[in-house]
Write a protein that binds this ligand. Structure first.
Ligand code: SF4
Length: 100
């Protein structure tokens, strides 16, 4: 099972998560962010975006932009890292390691 199964974005056109251009982009991003806020796998999404070095589009409710890669990656580090970290802490608490 993929980490993204059950995510609302899987029911939509993938390209729609990478809005480009100025006209209407802000409204489109707002709609996407609202979808992410109720997503059950938001933390895993943030971790995956960091893992692959995502630099464009909307991931885990964070707009990484549609332009410069360096700026997009900086936004990812700043805004996705806390989301991914919070998810990792919660996951670890729910799945404690078993001492051998
Ligand atoms: S948080 Fe990630 S997986 Fe969930 S809807 Fe948003 S982009 Fe899709």
């Amino acid at each position: 099972m993929s980490w993204g199964e059950g995510a609302p974005c899987t029911q939509t056109e993938p390209d729609s998560w990478f809005p480009v251009g100025e006209l209407g982009r802000a409204g489109r991003v707002r709609d996407l962010v609202a979808v992410c806020e109720s997503c059950p796998v938001r933390g895993m999404c943030a971790a995956e975006a960091l893992r692959i070095g995502a630099a464009h589009g909307v991931w885990a409710g964070v707009d990484l932009g549609d332009g410069d890669v360096t700026t997009g990656r900086a936004r990812a580090q700043k805004h996705l890292t806390p989301i991914a970290f919070a998810w990792a802490l919660e996951y670890t608490a729910q799945h404690p390691a078993v001492a051998s």
